[in-house]
Design a protein around this ligand. Structure first.
Ligand SMILES: [Zn+2]
Length: 229
């Protein structure tokens, strides 16, 4: 469950990522009534087995729900909750509807399980590692090993999001710079499981986040900096 919004008098609109159908939107009628059986099973950030009725529009109707995993500990930590919401927001914006998304779904489940297991740790490295792995799962991996214009693998100093990855000093042009520290984080984070994501300081985190946003913008057509609510 990526997102849950109040709708009408007693309904909820849900956004979820599913392995079989990618991102879906569904309405849970009456879910906010006190005795609704559905309501209690549609907790944010929970893993839920949904029974859906496909409508004529993109919005499905929830006819049944069974909780598979709840992440109670995330809700006890402001930091863990914020990271979970940031990650869910990014998936909500970037994942395609009506397309199998097993890898994306698996990544989200792993991230939520990790945040739930260690709610009080520093999570920036985990968050950025998640986003990089998400780009792979979405089929738009950034090129990190060699300049996207000339193939040189030394003196990589910039990140050209439109070009799809890193650039050398000769081809940096207007591309924003990327520090060696940020680049090595990206390479390392992609090479290990999410649970082993390296830690990340604030400055490289900003560069890694900007690289991610650039790829999303140029290769997925999603402006993550624009607020949609
Ligand atoms: Zn070059």
């Amino acid at each position: 469950m990526l997102r849950s919004m109040r709708y009408g008098e007693a309904d909820r609109i849900l956004h979820a990522i599913t392995p079989e159908h990618g991102r879906i939107g569904a309405v849970a009628r009456g879910a906010r009534r006190p005795r609704s059986k559905l309501g209690g099973r549609l907790e944010p950030l929970a893993v839920v087995r949904l029974e859906l009725l496909r409508g004529r529009s993109d919005l499905h109707t929830v006819v049944g729900a069974d909780t598979v995993v709840v992440h109670h500990r995330i809700l006890t930590s402001h930091a863990a909750l914020t990271h979970a919401q940031r990650a869910c927001h990014v998936v909500d914006r970037t994942a395609a509807p009506d397309e199998p998304a097993e890898r994306v779904h698996g990544l989200v489940r792993t991230l939520l399980a990790l945040l739930d297991a260690r709610p009080d740790e520093a999570h920036e490295g985990l968050q950025q590692a998640f986003r990089l792995k998400l780009l792979y799962a979405l089929g738009v991996p950034p090129a990190l090993g060699a300049c996207v214009h000339c193939g040189r693998s030394e003196h990589l100093v910039g990140f050209d999001a439109a070009g799809g990855g890193v650039v050398c000093a000769s081809h940096q042009a207007a591309a924003p710079g990327i520090a060696a520290e940020s680049l090595s984080f990206m390479v390392e984070a992609l090479g290990v499981p999410l649970a082993a994501a390296p830690a990340l300081d604030e400055r490289p985190a900003r560069q890694v986040a900007r690289a991610f946003e650039g790829i999303a913008m140029h290769h997925l057509g999603v402006d993550l900096r624009a607020r949609d609510d």
